[in-house]
Design a protein around this ligand. Structure first.
Ligand code: FPP
Length: 247
């Protein structure tokens, strides 16, 4: 931990991360501690998403990738899963205009096969209407799992080899990267997980090989722009060597 004084969200932090990935954990506990159903926490969490996206430009964060629903989250109750799906639909419908106006380009990653058609259509619309935006690149992971992503990538790559469109002798790390859902994104510099759990839960496994991690106790619905700025500021104080030695 750095002893730097916390940054406020209205200052760009020099040496800050370009790409932040976020594991938004703790919505359920936040709600339960207030005697409310888990979905109440997810709704509060959605409000924080808005605040954090808005804070990005001032903090110099160009790419924000958020883990909204994992390939493992289908194991939750039907009520929670359908509540989350309807929250995603509502978020897209309500936020579309604002995201366009604020210069946010939205992309989705994850496997769409299990998602309902209405949600997929909204995701397509949001990607299309924001495609000219460049101020912040917001990527939302829905039905996303790192292992699932790599498996799908390998399957597509193998199909191209079988069709004679790819020479297997040329396959290297860059080739595989081109088959991932994240092919147009830089690797994350900083991965933040809220709620005190210190694990990565199958999020951006390939892409985070050299990311810095922040595991913080704050529950996601309490994760304010100020807390975000403190994480960015601590990152700026770290020494990244990518396996090399200090110059
Ligand atoms: C993990 O907390 C959170 C999720 C599985 C859902 C994340 C979704 C949101 C923040 C909603 C808004 C997202 C968008 C894109 C509008 P948890 O429920 O596992 O918390 P717990 O560990 O306390 O049970």
């Amino acid at each position: 931990m750095s002893d730097m004084s916390p940054a406020t969200p209205d200052e760009v932090i020099s040496g800050g991360p370009t790409h932040v990935a976020m594991i938004m954990d703790g919505n359920g506990r936040w709600a339960q501690s207030r005697g409310k159903p888990r979905l109440f926490g997810h709704h509060a969490g959605a409000k924080r998403v808005k605040e954090i996206v808005r804070a990005c430009p001032d903090l110099g964060v160009k790419y924000l990738t958020i883990f909204a629903f994992s390939t493992e989250n289908w194991k939750r109750t039907q009520t929670e899963v359908s509540g989350l799906m309807s929250l995603f639909r509502r978020y897209i419908q309500n936020e579309m205009k604002g995201l366009v106006a604020e210069g946010v380009r939205v992309r989705f990653i994850g496997d769409r096969v299990r998602l309902d058609k209405k949600l997929i259509a909204l995701m397509d619309d949001l990607e299309e209407v924001t495609q000219e935006n460049t101020k912040v690149h917001l990527t939302i992971a829905i039905n996303y799992g790192g292992r699932d992503e790599v498996s799908r990538a390998v399957k597509d790559l193998a199909c191209d080899v079988a069709r004679g469109e790819l020479d297997p002798e040329t396959v290297d790390e860059t080739t595989l990267t081109r088959y991932l859902d994240t092919k147009v994104l830089p690797d994350p510099d900083l991965v933040i997980r809220t709620s005190g759990e210190a694990r990565i839960s199958n999020f951006l496994l390939w892409q985070s090989a050299y990311a810095e991690y922040e595991f913080i106790d704050t529950l996601w619905p309490d994760f304010t722009a100020e807390v975000f700025a403190q994480c960015v500021s601590r990152y700026a104080g770290r020494d990244r060597r990518f396996g090399g030695v200090k110059k």
